[in-house]
Design a binder for this molecule. Sequence first.
Ligand code: NAP
Length: 359
Amino acid sequence: MKEYRVGIIGATGMVGQRFATLLENHPWFHVTALAASARSAGKSYKEAVGSRWAMKTPMPVAMAEMTVMDATADAETIAGMVDFVFCAVDMPKAEILALEEKYAKLECPVMSNNSAGRGVADIPMIIPEINPEHAEVIAAQKERLGTKRGFIAVKSNCSLQSYVPALHPLKEFGITRVLACTYQAISGAGKTFERWPEMVDNVIPYIGGEEEKSEKEPMKIWGKVENGKIVNATQPAITTQCLRVPVSDGHTAAVFVAFEKKPTKEEILAKWAAFAGQPQSLELPSAPKQFIHYFEEDNRPQAKLDRDLEGGMAVSVGRLREDSQYDYKFVCLSHNTLRGAAGGGVLMAELLAAKGYFD
Ligand code: NAP
């Protein structure tokens, strides 16, 4: 496989740090540029991150002394140093989209973890096991942007990263209604307990914008490509409540689902066990061998025990049982900064690399 030089935009943040650790020994991708805001620019990566380093493993030695660049002011230089960038920044939405388009127009593809471009019909939002064919709209996007190789591809929100994969293989039973309550880790807000002490012994029943994303984004993921655009699905009806809970990493979801043609419990378990997609058939480096793991134990999945399954790239499911108002209910979990953010971004980039989108 060809090797690629990559940049991390937002390298100092929670997701950026995850990218740094995931890319440290990546077989195809080598980090040649780190960027963040003007506040960090000019400092070494170690200095710019300072006490914010939140990963369990030490900062990659090869990156610690790299000079952090200014994502906006140095964009042209960065675009010349890399084959594509990963982007995870905390900025106003319009500024993020402008920054991502700037890189795309500099002929530098952008693998984005931000929500800014998710609603744009010719920007694919890819969960590689579910909708790899959405990459087809990249050709139309390049035409709109007037680029040869520059484009934007986005990752979906972390909140839905457990229940959309769990529901996807059940779609042939005609999913009509879904109710999902998510219990989301504090790293999803870019925080640790040290930096957010109010979260110790607490639950906050509101995460700005999260419920809207959790209900809308599955419709794009399950949408169809038509004339260079993704046309959103209109089914199933999804309603959510998203709560912040005192967990460091790992978003849990309690899910209720109704079907047109109610499957048996055994049929659902068989669909989960058999669910594999292009990442598995292409043997992409970050792909979990088994995407969905079902736990028979009543007290699983647990964030602390199960979030790191298959390098944090698998989805854990448990407690499947019949429900008195919906057909079934179950609980699922995924690691929010791995599968739900940086890991999902790396897997998407591996898929696009394997399909030649960076050449
Ligand atoms: P974070 O820890 O607050 O980090 C924010 C990053 O953005 C830092 O690197 C910061 O650089 C950079 N930044 C801020 N203003 C900037 C500017 N004007 N120009 C360039 N860079 C700037 O946030 P995070 O949790 O990593 O989240 C980053 C993005 O990923 C957000 O869009 C978020 O919605 C998304 N996301 C996060 C998660 C998660 O689980 N955390 C999951 C999915 C998606 P400085 O250090 O220089 O300020």
